[in-house]
Design a protein around this ligand. Sequence first.
Ligand SMILES: O=P(O)(O)OC[C@H]1O[C@H](O)[C@H](O)[C@@H](O)[C@@H]1O
Length: 545
Amino acid sequence: MTELTQGTAWKTLKAHTEGLAHMRTLFESDTQRFDHMSTSACGLFLDYSKNRADKETMSLLFSVAEDAQLESKIKAMFNGEMINTTEKRAVLHTALRAKPEQEIMLNGVNIVQEVQETQQQMELFVDAVSSGNWKGYTGKKITDIVSIGIGGSFLGPKIVSQALRPYWSKQLNCHFVANVDASSIVEKLKPLNAETTLFIMSSKSFGTQETLTNTLSAKDWFIEQGGSQADVAKHFVAVTSNVAKATEFGIDADNIFPMWDWVGGRYSLWSAIGLPIALLIGMDNFRALLSGANEMDQHFANTPLSENMPVIMGLFSLLYGNFHDAQSHVVLTYDHYLRGLPAYFQQLDMESNGKSVTLDGTEVDHSTGPVIWGGEGTNGQHAYHQLLHQGTALIPADFIMPLQSHNPLGEHHVQLASNCFGQTQALMQGRSYEEALKELADSKLAADEKSVIAKHKVMQGNKPSNTILMDKLTPQTLGALIALYEHRTFVQGAIWQINSFDQWGVELGKTLGNDVLDRLSAENDATELDCSSNGLINMFRQKKI
Ligand SMILES: O=P(O)(O)OC[C@H]1O[C@H](O)[C@H](O)[C@@H](O)[C@@H]1O
């Protein structure tokens, strides 16, 4: 048994949740519930009234957080304590968006100064490329960026660039390559001209197989297209914490942007890993993104738990996972530009909180991170929302929508909003048997048929959702939104006492992948592994071209 599940607040919360009324009743008994259960911070508005909670639930949730010493854990992260205990690292992605005048000391060095220096290096580079002063090997301006990286060195830059499409400069286009499947890079390179293409190789470790292989293929393509070895320096830059390895690989030392081991891959878009974003939206907008995240950091670090947005959201996720057996959480973005955000939050949360032992190695006796998934509204309403409304699993939802569209066109935005709000309402209130029967009153069906159809139309309701609104999707509000989810992930990990900042499961995949790679190219058939793995390897060996 872990201490957490033995605590008084935890036990009381368990008993309390079992007796809580349906949300419909909670709304009927408190007509001001929306005012009581909503909050604003950093340009974001959170309506959390459509959750299975009353005042008592909230107070018990906050007690669970207090029992777990959440506030001191938040301080420990911001102060650079070594909270990633298994890798013996501080966790300081918050330093990447600190104000220049802030001072954060790590091992005797003010890391904010190093961050600022790298931002200046990024700025010079962004200016050179976007002004056309950075020339390709035939003297032409750069028109296309190909960003090569995977995991945190891919998804953040890609999703943020996609989200901030309205802010892109006209001069540049950007393409992302992650998968080692050759079809990805081959298709991306097909329409490009080597003379005007710049490659950014992003790898914190500079040791990730996919990224190294894709970069080598990009370099071969560049040479095949007419570039020379000497021209590589004009077309390849790298972002990495392993400068020595990058130089050894052939990247010009002047073209290497540093990052640090105190930034986890999935938290790295704020570093030079965000270079593709900065190139597309310009350095001022990139700094606005950082500033939005910094605002959320200040809110998270300095606001009492009961008004703290990431804390509230983290506690609800914990409530459903640990007390209502919810095994997944859906993120529904009612904004086309934010369509990639569910995948980004999926990486952030599942890689962070997909853990089953506490910091001291004790096996947890409760569920940890849920499956995070989702997509853009209204598309999902015509597909998987059916399961949200009438399936047997409880799936808490986050609805995210800007109040103003970047493309105000006719009735589109008002229709989008009506669908978003309508869904949260339907999930909350559901439809009773009596209501369904009443709806069928005028139909020509026989009474017994009406009764059967009514049963199919019943929706239990009481399905929880948060709604996050912002005036408009801007670099600033997007920065705050992503930082909100980063801290929401932290809150849960801190309460569960797990390490949200390592990823040993992913590491194992890499090691075994390399072992299989050796066997695929060995002289003899594989015989030493389990019969399934041997069989698959040998089938591939026979068919490969
Ligand atoms: O940036 P790299 O060192 O190439 O790592 C890329 C990715 O590798 C692994 O899959 C890690 O689990 C990710 O967190 C990381 O972002």
